[in-house]
Structure formats: structure tokens, C-alpha cells
Design a protein around this ligand. Structure first.
Ligand SMILES: *Cc1c(COP(=O)(O)O)cnc(C)c1O
Length: 450
């Protein structure tokens, strides 16, 4: 067995490169991997991790990289966060699995109570737990269809909801998520996203028109009374960190309420303090009927949830929802540790502070580099979109070049966007401000290499 160095917040919080990136140990693992791991599973960074904590990742060659990715918005409380690690260790020593559907345990109930308390709205709620975000989305759709007796589901351009068959159908982007994997689930209808930068005639027109366009398409092409659910990410994640104009989400929620349609907020990426509040819906006081959670919920262990109105959630017959591992006791222990950390360390406040540090520096950068067409996001969910200067033509090559230059310099950044032309920043919410500033400096230098 490989011995790992200790991680967590005690790990020295500094960038330190002792080899080129990737170093010899990572290159050797890449070669081994080619003979063992399916090619379809790819990785962003060329290095193999041996420890992580706070705002750093340590690789197999002993390099310390600054983490601006949090494993895709998962380790918001930091890697190996003390309250997560200690609860996981204690739970693993007590019991690792019974299956909640066979012999239940308190941790599952307690996570559901926390979800019911923390998600938007003071109405009576119930929750159910699953293993992955995609599985939570699938179950939210199952519940909405069951409760309404309707089958149509409306999703948006640029949406990302997962990689299972139903969630591939909900996801908008073909390559790499859907290419060659059809046929897809039926009764999914797609409508335009309120995407201010790319709305014909620009952001003001987007604010004025988007909701009306969506409503009239649903009316004309689906029929309100056929629609079980409208599902939307309050801030779209993989699609490019697209923030709809104020009022769009609230208008959509009101339209759903007027027509007996279940309004599902997919907060798998935006939830759990990432945007500077517990959930992104809260910024505008939007209360979804169902909300899906995942990613940051359990500090890195696989867990996801569906939370919503008791009347909808309790509509399904006993035994209609579940799964072998859903709400695994170790994952629930991790979630309770993560939620405790978010409250105790005011990580929503930390996310707002991260945004306050990042946004002005990125806007200044955009002033120097016209390849940056847009700087957007909320809290610690921030992105820049790159286009050929003076146009809206996506520049995926420049985006990849900047990301690669960052990786070589020891900064882990991720890209996203339907056109592959968005750099997204999702630092752990516990990152130190010196590392945050240093990471931004590396990013600025990377733009200088274009
Ligand atoms: C990541 C993500 C999912 C899928 O979650 P998995 O755990 O990868 O299945 C669904 N919706 C959104 C908004 C996501 O960001």
C-alpha cells in the first residue's frame, strides 16, 4: 500500500515547484494509466495527487500547486477538512454500510433535517439522498412526474445535469457528453437560456425578452399542462458560469407555480456557500419546489440530495425511491462535518470575500487583454469568457493555452462553456488570501504569454 503524506489545512500553504509540471513520477503514472484506465475517462491536470488541503494540491513529485478548482466545486470546506476527516474516521470504524433501505441510521435523517433547514423556503420539506448529482437529478424528475402525472421536462440551452441517460438528454452540450451515446430519453424540451453576453441584441434585450421567449416556446411547442418540471441551474456551471439577469429565475418560478409545473433548481454546483449564500436561489429570494444538491455537500465524499415540498416528495409510494448506497453512513458523516464547517467558519462570507478580491482584478485584466469578453459570476463561482477580440466568436484555443500555462506554473484552473472558451475559478472557500492573490498573479502572467 502507498503511504500518503498528511493533507488537510496543516499542509504548508504555499506554491512550491520542485520539478517541471508534470514531473517524472506523474509522467510514469500517466504511462501506467494508459495501459489500465479507459481512455474515455480523462483528466484536466497532468499531475497525480498525493495530498491536499486548504488551497493547495501536492503531487507525486512533491510539487505544491495552488487549487482554483476544488475538484469541480466539491472541496469547498478544503480537502481533508478536520471536521470531515474525523467524522469519516469515526463512522468508518463504527460501521460502513447497512443500506438505509435495510437497516436505517441517524446520520441519514440528520443530513435530511439539515437540507430541509438550509435550502430556500420555510415550507414543510422532505429530502432523499443519492450517490451522485446525476442520480439526484434523475430522482427529482421521477418525483416531479409522479406528483404531476405529466411527462414533459423543460431544460435550457447550455445546461449540464449529468452523464446518465436521462441527464444526458437534459444536458445541452454534445461533445464530449453525448456524442455517440444516444438514443436519449424522450419528452425533454430545450429552451433558450437567458445568457446576457450572447443574447441577440445583448444584455438589455436579454433582461427584457428572455422570460417571454421561454414562456411562449413552452406554450406553443409543449403546452403548459403537459409539463411536469422545468429544471434550471440558477447559475449554469459546465455551460459557462452563465448568470441570468435579475428577475429571470423569479419569473420562471412564478410561471411554473401558475401552471402546476414543478420548478427544479439544480444547485449541485452552485450550492453550499459557493456563491456567497447557502444556495444561489437565495440571492433573489427564489424558492424552488425541488432542489438538487451534490458536489460540496460532503467535503469530497460521494453524496447528493433531492429536497422539496413535502406534498411532492411524499407523493411517491414507499419503495419507489432509493438505491443500495444512497445516503451511505460514511458519506452522511462527511456531510455533517462539511455543513458544520460551513456554519462555524462562515464560508458563505468567505465566498463573498473571494469574489470581492477576484472580480476587480479580473476586470482590470479584461481591460488589458481584449480577448476577455466577459467577467462574471457570484461569490467564489467566477469566470472569464474568451473571444476573438471585438467579436463574440469563442476562442477555445486561447482558453486552453491560458489554462495550460497556469498548470505549468502550478495553478490548477478549469475550463468550461459550451464552446470551451470559459476559464472558471472555484477555489476552496478556505483558501488563504495570499494564495488567492498569488494564483491571480499566475493567471495574469498566463494571459501575457498569449
Ligand atoms: C456536476 C453536476 C451534475 C452531475 O453531478 P455528478 O455528481 O457528476 O453526477 C449535475 N448538475 C450540475 C449543475 C452539476 O454541476
Amino acid at each position: 500500500m502507498t503511504a500518503f503524506p498528511a493533507g488537510g489545512p496543516e499542509l504548508p500553504q504555499r506554491r512550491n515547484l520542485v520539478t517541471e509540471i508534470p514531473g517524472p513520477a506523474s509522467r510514469e503514472l500517466t504511462a501506467r494509466r494508459a495501459g489500465a484506465v479507459a481512455r474515455g475517462v480523462s483528466s484536466v491536470l497532468p499531475v497525480y495527487v498525493t495530498a491536499a488541503g486548504g488551497g493547495v494540491l501536492v503531487d507525486a513529485d512533491g510539487n505544491s500547486l495552488i487549487d482554483f478548482g476544488s475538484g469541480i466545486a466539491v472541496t469547498s470546506v478544503g480537502n481533508a477538512a478536520p471536521r470531515v476527516a474525523s467524522r469519516v474516521a469515526a463512522q468508518a470504524a463504527a460501521f460502513t454500510h447497512t443500506c438505509f433501505m435495510v437497516a436505517p441510521y441517524e446520520g441519514y435523517v440528520e443530513v435530511c433535517e439539515s437540507l430541509n433547514r438550509l435550502t430556500p423556503g420555510t415550507h414543510e420539506k422532505r429530502s432523499a439522498l443519492f450517490n451522485s448529482g446525476a442520480e439526484a437529478v434523475e430522482n427529482a424528475i421521477k418525483i416531479a412526474r409522479y406528483a404531476t402525472g405529466r411527462s414533459a421536462v423543460v431544460a435550457f440551452d447550455h445546461a449540464y445535469h449529468g452523464r446518465t441517460n436521462l441527464t444526458m438528454a437534459l444536458t445541452a452540450k454534445n461533445m464530449p457528453y453525448k456524442q455517440g451515446f444516444g438514443p436519449f430519453a424522450a419528452e425533454i424540451y430545450r429552451v433558450p437560456m437567458a445568457y446576457p453576453l450572447r443574447w441577440p441584441d445583448g444584455p438589455d434585450a436579454c433582461r427584457a425578452e428572455a422570460l417571454g421567449v421561454v414562456k411562449s416556446l413552452i406554450h406553443a411547442q409543449v403546452g403548459e399542462s403537459n409539463v411536469a418540471a422545468v429544471i434550471i441551474e440558477p447559475i449554469q456551471g459546465e455551460g459557462g458560469f452563465i448568470v441570468p439577469p435579475e428577475g429571470f429565475l423569479a419569473g420562471l418560478a412564478a410561471f411554473c407555480a401558475d401552471n402546476g409545473i414543478v420548478f427544479i433548481a439544480d444547485e449541485i454546483q452552485s450550492g453550499f456557500c459557493r456563491t456567497g449564500d447557502w444556495f444561489a436561489c437565495s440571492h433573489e429570494g427564489v424558492v424552488p419546489d425541488l432542489i438538487t444538491t451534490g458536489k460540496a455537500i460532503a467535503g469530497g465524499l460521494p453524496l447528493a440530495g433531492v429536497t422539496g415540498r413535502a406534498s411532492l416528495m411524499d407523493a411517491v409510494h414507499p419503495g419507489g425511491l432509493g438505491g443500495t448506497y444512497g445516503g451511505n453512513p460514511v458519506a452522511c458523516a462527511a456531510a455533517l462535518g462539511a455543513i458544520e464547517t460551513m456554519s462555524a467558519e462562515d464560508l458563505a462570507g468567505r465566498a463573498r470575500r473571494i469574489g470581492d478580491v477576484m472580480l476587480p482584478r479580473l476586470r482590470k485584466l479584461a481591460g488589458h487583454f481584449p480577448v476577455i469578453a466577459d467577467v462574471r459570476g457570484r461569490g467564489a463561482m467566477i469566470a472569464v469568457e474568451l473571444t476573438h477580440p471585438g467579436t463574440l466568436e469563442p476562442d477555445a484555443a486561447a482558453t486552453a493555452a491560458v489554462a495550460s500555462a497556469c498548470h505549468k506554473a502550478g495553478l490548477a484552473v478549469l475550463t468550461c462553456g459550451t464552446f470551451g472558451n470559459v476559464l472558471r475559478f472555484l477555489p476552496p472557500l478556505v483558501i488563504g488570501e495570499d494564495l488567492l492573490e498569488e494564483g491571480l498573479g499566475i493567471l495574469e502572467d498566463a494571459f501575457g504569454t498569449l
